[in-house]
Design a protein around this ligand. Structure first.
Ligand SMILES: Cc1cc2nc3c(=O)[nH]c(=O)nc-3n(C[C@H](O)[C@H](O)[C@H](O)COP(=O)(O)O)c2cc1C
Ligand SMILES: [Mn+2]
Length: 472
């Protein structure tokens, strides 16, 4: 289902009892974070918050709109994320791909088949009026942050060679009324476009949209391969093409148009209280020069905060894994399920369950995952047997502790790391740990015969169920 506007999404959340309005004046400098952090840390992720009176701005601010399993599904217009995964699975089954790349290009075709192609040539409504960055209720999130940061932007760029569009979510630190930083990290598509513009010594046009159908921000954060247009995924998910004026969705709330200049040296961005739960240190990033800012008259400013988990972005990351699990399974049909545990801050701890079929099967899966797109950032991969619920941390820890011999079952390797990880010896590079917590098979070195797991007979369980019912 497609939302006509962010406002319609807010109304839907409110009707479902998923929204709290905050009618007192609250300061986007730190105060909104404290409200939102308490909400995000409450059971199940609390409610979405709409701050109606933001100090220093006439625009309301929406936060924690994606921050629960239910709201994340609502943002994508479904009752349950699994509906999307099942649909994708059946589309892919029609012609099983033989590689991850082929799976992704099939995904593109599947999306086109669903008429998901973005429609260009629209004209932004005349309700849009021009303003300055200081009119927006941009948050300073944490006390040690370098300033105010736009946290849910859709950063739209094009590959100068192929013209392919990319939409990425890269935070933007405000420098002044018309300038921000552009925090596209080393491994991201926006950064690759930027490096190419630098080689060509050409000014890079950048457009940033905020708001609109909530599906856009999800797609901008999703780990799509370079070359696939996030607005195409959005069209597939909302079952309706994204209508664009230039590269901007017609239904968005704010538009920031400008450029990044290859002749201008990068400057120090940050510190910023990050996904990792720690402040990331200042690093050089390019500046985004804004030539025009426009807003719909009834615009709502969308925002989020990151910090010590669990936070709103946990639900966005989990939705990505749920939706793309069928694609992983296409390449690795032994994979049953994958979880990025909340405590593991996205990639730090990945748990994968497999149908183990041969000796050292777990090792094959770890190495495969380290070679797949943004899964390369995984710091620790734990492989468990098919019967383990990977989303249940207690069950995972039990199998981990019960099934491993540390010397035998740990694999150390190296690779690219998340640039935000402060614990790696160098930025963007670090060591990796794979833990094989599966049952061991004959043929695996240094193992004795594996004992069965303790479990009750089904017949006894049924008898006791019946007895308990009689007892009331
Ligand atoms: C709230 C939030 C903030 C993010 N901030 C950044 C950021 O500042 N820089 C970055 O490179 N990635 C950031 N990400 C992750 C990217 O959006 C994500 O890796 C995305 O898949 C990148 O898309 P791309 O492959 O098209 O570059 C953020 C994600 C979320 C959910
Ligand atoms: Mn992309």
């Amino acid at each position: 289902m497609a939302y006509e506007s962010q406002r319609e999404f807010v109304a839907t959340l409110e009707a479902a009892g998923e929204l709290k309005r905050v009618s007192v004046e609250v300061d986007p400098v730190l105060e909104i974070t404290e409200f939102a952090d308490r909400e995000m840390k409450s059971p199940g992720g609390g409610k979405a918050l709409l701050f109606e009176k933001c100090k220093g701005s006439n625009f309301p601010l929406l936060i924690n709109a994606y921050g629960s399993t239910k709201r994340m599904a609502m943002a994508l217009g479904v009752g349950d994320i699994e509906e999307i995964a099942r649909e994708l699975e059946s589309l892919l089954k029609a012609k099983p791909p033989t590689s991850f790349k082929e799976a992704m290009s099939l995904l593109g075709t599947a999306m086109e088949l669903r008429h998901a192609k973005p429609k260009s040539g629209g004209v932004l409504s005349s309700q849009f009026s021009v303003l300055s960055l200081k009119d927006l209720p941009i948050q300073k999130c944490w006390p040690g942050d370098a300033g105010r940061f736009i946290t849910l932007p859709l950063v739209i760029t094009r590959d100068p060679d192929t013209g392919a569009r990319n939409v990425g979510m890269y935070r933007m630190q405000v420098i002044d009324d018309r300038t921000t930083f552009m925090h596209w990290q080393l491994h991201k598509t926006g950064a690759r476009h930027w490096r190419r513009y630098c080689e060509l010594k050409q000014r890079m046009p950048v457009t940033v949209a905020l708001g609109g159908d909530p599906v856009y921000a999800f797609c901008a954060s999703a780990p799509l391969p370079d070359g696939i247009d996030e607005f195409q995924l959005a069209g597939f998910l909302r079952k309706k093409s994204v209508e664009l004026s230039g590269d901007v969705p017609l239904d968005c709330d704010f538009v920031l148009e400008g450029y990044v200049d290859p002749n201008e040296p990068p400057a120090m961005e940050g510190p910023f209280g990050d996904h990792t739960g720690y402040y990331t240190a200042p690093e050089p990033y390019p500046k985004f020069h804004i030539e025009r800012i426009a807003a719909r008259s009834d615009a709502i400013y969308p925002s989020t905060i990151v910090g010590i988990p669990p936070m709103e972005d946990f639900y966005m990351g989990t939705a990505s894994v749920r939706i793309f699990l069928p694609v992983f399974k296409m390449t690795f049909n032994e994979i049953v399920d994958i979880a990025l545990l909340a405590e593991g801050v996205f990639h730090n701890l990945v748990v994968v369950s497999i149908k183990k079929q041969f000796p050292y099967h777990a090792m094959k899966v770890m190495h495969g995952l380290w070679g797949m797109g943004q899964m390369m950032f995984s710091k620790i991969i734990v492989v468990v047997d098919a019967d383990v619920n990977v989303h249940d941390t207690r069950e995972v820890l039990f199998r981990l502790c019960a099934n491993i011999d540390p010397q035998r079952d740990l694999v150390f390797t190296k690779g690219p790391a998340d640039v935000l990880d402060h614990a790696t010896p160098a930025i963007g590079f670090g060591s990796k740990l794979g833990i094989d917590a599966t049952h061991k098979l004959p043929g695996e070195k240094d193992c004795r015969p594996w004992p069965p797991l303790v479990a009750m007979d089904d017949a006894v369980k049924k008898r006791v169920d019946a007895l308990l019912r009689r007892l009331g």
